[in-house]
Design a binder for this molecule. Structure first.
Ligand code: APR
Length: 308
């Protein structure tokens, strides 16, 4: 039997993720949204593309939570996107209500699902989803690091005039502004970028990566990025459903790892059929440790505001 993936929120990120899943024939897809007609219309459109992609999966749009029953993976993208001059944190309370409702429905209807949270501020929303569902922390995670790494890889590829595919980037910490880059673990086919570029240029690209989301918000004027966020989410889903055990930076629950307790924050993890199968601990340099600590303080502040 084919696997079932539910996407909660049929907006830009949700629909783009559904498109990638359907095109790849990865699983049947349910698109849920509160807005009437939107998930149905987008699902129908994607279903009508399936013959052209040679894909036989089912794609269904719905406004009823009962349709998410027995999903293997649920992606939460529902909420409100950032507007220009709005930080991810401004979204905190509005999106917390949406994520709480979604997590409650998942716990009831898909008690064995693995959840990927995309809604911002993502690290805090992942913690909220985990608390609400009371699932094992292995089965709840957030998407952020894969996207930040992809942005960094893009800018490095442009700068070095090499294929982005040959660039591997690892990073830690909260998504976006709070990310902690690890240039010494960022390589072009194994060669650390620190050997290929001056520190000043690396720092400039790190800064562009940190504000990568805001750069797109500024250009779009309304709405935020969605092609790369959907591609990043898709990579995580595939690693889970195909049990690929990819090593990817994701927001995961830390229970002592990296000296942090009871907090969701970005770290390298192994993603497989059980979800977060392992948090990979690497020895951080002094400066990296300090940045990671700062990042954790920012995420914890949001958790305090949410009182969870
Ligand atoms: N239940 C279900 N869906 C909801 C709810 C709700 N309570 N509230 C809002 N939505 C839906 C909206 O109707 C909309 O279709 O969530 C969708 C969000 O889509 P977009 O506005 O297009 O936002 P998108 O760009 O997809 O971003 C979604 O991902 O990257 C993050 O910051 C981004 O938090 C945002 C999320």
């Amino acid at each position: 039997m084919r696997k079932k993936i539910t996407i909660i929120g049929a907006g830009n990120v949700g629909a783009s993720t559904a498109q990638l899943i359907a095109k790849e024939g990865l699983a049947d897809v349910v698109l849920y949204d509160i807005a009437e007609g939107i998930p149905q219309g987008k699902a129908l459109d994607i279903a009508e593309a399936c013959p052209l992609w040679g894909s036989a999966v089912s794609v269904k749009g719905t406004n009823s939570y009962s349709d998410i029953k027995d999903s293997d993976v649920v992606v939460i993208t529902a909420g409100f996107p950032r507007k220009p001059n709005m930080s991810r944190d401004d979204l905190l309370h509005a999106n917390a209500d949406v994520v709480k409702a979604a997590a409650g429905a998942i716990a009831k209807l898909s008690p064995n699902a693995i959840i990927i949270v995309v809604t911002n501020p993502m690290d805090a929303m992942a913690q909220l989803a985990w608390k609400t569902t009371e699932f094992s922390c292995r089965r709840v995670m957030g998407m952020g690091g894969v996207l930040d790494a992809a942005r960094f890889r893009t800018f490095l590829a442009w700068e070095l005039n090499v294929s982005p595919e040959d660039i591997e980037a690892m990073l830690l910490g909260g998504h976006g502004d709070q990310m902690v880059p690890l240039p010494r673990f960022t390589t072009v086919k194994g060669i650390p970028v620190t050997e290929l570029m001056k520190k000043k240029r690396i720092d400039a690209l790190i800064q562009r990566t940190r504000s990568g989301g805001a750069e797109i918000v500024g250009l779009l004027k309304s709405g935020s990025a969605y092609y790369a966020p959907a591609a990043a989410t898709f990579q995580m889903i595939r690693s889970i459903l195909h049990d690929e055990k990819r090593l990817l930076p994701c927001a995961a629950y830390l229970n002592g790892e990296y000296g942090v307790k009871d907090l969701y924050v970005g770290v390298p993890v192994i993603l497989g059929k059980e979800g977060v199968e392992k948090v990979v601990e690497i020895k951080l340099a002094k400066e990296e440790k300090a940045m990671f600590k700062e990042s954790c303080v920012s995420v914890r502040k949001l958790i305090k505001k949410l009182a969870i």
